[in-house]
Design a protein around this ligand. Structure first.
Ligand SMILES: [Zn+2]
Length: 552
């Protein structure tokens, strides 16, 4: 006999199935949501009474930094922060750990599940470090996870684009994702990281700058990689961190990057950092350009975005955008870490602090909120802080309150730098999110954008990843400590306390590609890499629990 677990009587928010707060029972069997048994005499083996509580699918964080070489470097780089970081105490079920802006692996898993998030994706892993990242995932409990593979500055790809060989780009992207056991193709400051690696303080200036030695432009890299991703029928589109992050006037680069897709699917990440007007190096002209960019997103369904909301306070910036790390360390006058990964990628890390009385920081905060409020279709804008770059994922409940309660939002607006009201439209935006729309931007939407058919909804066949909240007038209070979090059908957390040892699985793709390319890649490795071709791919047996999500 199958074992049934029934959750009864809760208000269900399941926007993918058009359920918006109706009282509905959920039946679970073998870790999946199932139809209620047709035989009315079948009783569930276990029932959870959720009367009066709010039920949503488990949260899906589609852009955060939780594993891989730069996350680990950031943990080591800030002992002064780790010394005062809040500890996570060991129990009979859990390991010890620390919080701070870059939590330890174990603390990361426990805090995500405690917050009601059941799936998270690290957004920037050099494929050469994929093996290490999978090791770290093995120590990141409770949640399902995956990572995106950096390829916007990869020498092999830039050469193939220069040689106008789209089939070679496509085969290489397919091979690389399978070799790394990654989930999606990530483009970070296309071409710009390579120029940084070549020249002191180098970068590209816009999407039509030419990358020295490769004779390709960011526009070509965006277009060709995004085309390859579509041609491979990958579940997620290309995932793009545009050029000129953080620079006044960069909104035109962002608009150009969306146009460079030429109709292919593309996800523009942490778009808040890419929506600035004003002249270079002139703080007095810095302003919001969300309006024209949101117009473009609203009228182009091939484009999706996540926000990268800034919250006030201290954090650690970490990025695959090498020149950006250098720029931030100059702005903040802090220590700085930089590394190159052979012919693949770069990275920069710097401690930063967002202050509400700083005009630039207050505008960044407002620009993030404008994005949520000015994209008409909540299915195409996703909640993120680019953890930990704009703030911690633990700030999501605060963002929810800002979106659901305009009075609160206007009160906070009064406490930040006064010029923000003249340089952004935030003060004029009265929109308030509903609970159903919050369910879209935190789980249903990101799951759909990622092509995760079994996540982000509560219909039959979905993974039984479920978060149950106690309703509260103050939405920050409601969302920061869910009453129950169910992962794969198990009640894994209750009011933040982890109840079982559970590791979750790694989500990855294994695209079909033209294997004729392997002899050329093998020669490339023999000539240039520090590692043998045959030692590079991560084998299935190396992963802990995993699921191949390839579609097509
Ligand atoms: Zn990021």
């Amino acid at each position: 006999m199958p074992e049934y677990f029934k959750i009864s009587g809760g208000y269900v928010y399941d926007p993918a199935n058009n359920i918006d707060g109706q009282v509905k029972d959920l039946w679970i069997c073998d870790g999946k949501i199932v139809e209620p048994p047709s035989d009315p005499f079948i009783q569930p083996n276990r029932t959870l009474n959720a009367s009066g509580l709010v039920i949503m699918p488990g949260g899906v964080d589609m852009h955060c930094h939780i594993a891989g070489p730069k996350v680990n470097a950031a943990r080591k780089m800030r002992p002064e922060e780790k010394r005062r970081a809040e500890p996570v105490h060991r129990t009979s079920i859990t390991h010890s750990g620390t919080l701070g802006s870059v939590p330890s692996t174990f603390a990361t898993g426990y805090k995500y599940i405690g917050l009601g998030y059941t799936t998270a994706f690290d957004a920037a892993v050099p494929p050469l470090s994929a093996r290490h990242t999978h090791e770290e995932f093995g120590d990141t409990p409770c949640i399902d996870k995956g990572f995106y593979v950096l390829m916007g500055n990869n020498h092999y790809i830039m050469n193939a684009i220069h040689d106008e060989e789209p089939e070679r780009v496509k085969a290489f992207v397919g091979w690389l994702l399978g070799a790394a056991k990654g989930y999606a193709a990530k483009i970070v400051n296309p071409g710009g990281v390579e120029v940084w690696k070549q020249q002191q303080a180098g970068n590209v200036s816009g999407i039509d700058s030419v990358v020295d030695h490769f004779d390709v432009t960011p526009r070509q890299i965006i277009r060709e990689v995004s085309k390859a991703v579509d041609d491979l029928h990958l579940p997620h589109s290309s995932h793009i961190h545009c050029n000129n992050l953080g620079m006044p006037g960069n909104w035109q680069t962002t608009l150009g990057s969306m146009e460079a897709l030429e109709g292919h699917r593309g996800h523009i990440t942490h778009i808040q950092f890419h929506s600035y007007g004003g002249g270079e190096g002139d703080e007095n002209t810095f302003n919001s350009k969300v309006a024209p960019l949101a117009d473009y997103v609203n009228s182009h369904p091939n484009v999706t975005v996540d926000v990268g909301q800034v919250l006030f306070g201290e954090t650690t910036s970490m990025t695959g955008d090498g020149p950006l790390g250098y720029f931030l360390s100059n702005v903040y006058g802090t220590k700085w870490f930089s590394a190159d990964t052979e012919m693949e990628a770069g990275c920069g890390i710097a401690p930063i602090k967002y202050r509400n009385k700083s005009l630039v920081h207050a505008l960044q905060w407002a620009i993030g909120l404008e994005w949520y409020l000015m994209v008409e279709d909540p299915w195409r804008v996703v909640m993120s802080t680019d953890h930990p770059n704009g703030g911690s994922f633990l700030a999501y409940p605060q963002i929810i309150r800002l979106l659901m309660d305009r009075n609160y939002r206007h009160e906070i607006l009064k406490t930040v730098h006064p010029d923000v009201v003249n340089r952004s439209q935030l003060a004029d935006l009265d929109r308030e999110y509903t609970l159903g729309e919050i369910a879209v931007i935190t789980r249903a939407g990101p799951a759909r954008i990622l092509g995760l058919k079994h996540k982000g909804h509560l219909g039959p066949g979905a993974d039984a990843d479920i978060t149950i909240y106690t309703p509260h007038e103050n939405k920050e209070t409601m969302f920061e400590l869910p009453r129950y979090v169910i992962k794969s059908g198990i009640i894994l957390a209750e009011e933040g306390d982890v109840r079982h040892e559970f590791y979750g699985k790694t989500l990855h793709v294994a695209p079909e590609y033209d294997s004729g390319i392997e002899s050329s890649i093998s020669k490339w490795f023999e000539d240039f890499y520090s590692i043998r071709f045959r030692n590079y791919p991560v084998s299935d047996s190396y992963l802990h629990e995993s699921e191949n999500v390839t579609t097509g």
